[in-house]
Ligand binder design. Structure first.
Ligand code: 5GP
Ligand code: MG
Ligand code: MG
Length: 201
């Protein structure tokens, strides 16, 4: 197992690149099946979605459009509950099938905001796909159409997800952990660190 330190916190390797990509393949298959004969508009929710969207659309073997909105709800490792739409969509959405690509759904506050933003846009349909989902935290009555990997209520970083700005560049997922006792931990690794090769415990 490898451990990394980001700011003041320690994270252990948790979900491999291989598992992430298998989950994405499965999501793409389901979305593709539901979007036959359409050109869906995939909308990523920035910043955390950027790797997911890149891998998702490369796997998607059909016509599609790609756009992004930027929302904010987190500071540190706790949801602030306050959400602002920072960058909106410019495309004409009327009559379109829109598939939201979310990195992770936790409390569902962001998801609620997404439903608010899109409810007056006269879409043909709105579908939600999330790579990660925390079922123990999610308390909303809102539909989530496609779920990649369900995880427990523990903070994760990597594959686009940050802890106070850093950690997004890791190719795999790390989970918040206690400060390790061993002394020989490489806190931030050499080239290849992004693949989670920093330290073996
Ligand atoms: P929600 O609004 O559902 O509580 O949270 C959605 C957003 O909070 C995500 O898009 C993500 O930016 C952030 N978030 C939620 N859980 C985690 C987590 O475990 N790790 C990180 N890095 N961000 C998270
Ligand atoms: Mg997000
Ligand atoms: Mg964040």
């Amino acid at each position: 197992m490898s451990i990394i330190k980001l700011h003041d916190k320690y994270f252990k390797s948790y979900i491999s690149e291989k598992l992430i990509h298998e989950a994405i393949e499965s999501l793409v298959k389901q979305v593709y099946k539901d979007c036959k004969n359409e050109t869906p508009l995939f909308i990523g929710i920035l910043n955390g979605c950027f790797m997911f969207v890149a891998d998702f659309v490369r796997e998607y073997n059909g016509d599609c459009e790609v756009s992004f909105v930027k929302l904010a709800s987190y500071e540190g490792t706790k949801s602030t509950g306050k959400i602002k739409q920072l960058v909106g969509v410019n495309e004409n959405l009327e009559g379109r099938t829109v598939v939201i690509l979310e990195d992770i759904i936790d409390t569902g506050n962001t998801l609620q905001e997404i439903y608010e933003i899109f409810k007056d846009k006269k879409l043909k349909q709105l579908k939600i796909a999330t790579l990660f989902f925390k079922p123990d935290v999610f308390k909303k009555e809102l539909p989530i159409d496609y779920i990649g990997i369900s995880i427990p209520d523990k903070f994760i970083v990597g594959y686009g997800l940050d802890y106070n700005g850093i950690g997004r560049n890791f190719a795999s997922i790390y989970q918040l952990t206690k400060k390790p006792t061993m002394k020989n931990i490489v806190l931030f690794g050499p080239p290849g660190a992004g693949k989670g090769t920093q330290a073996d415990l």
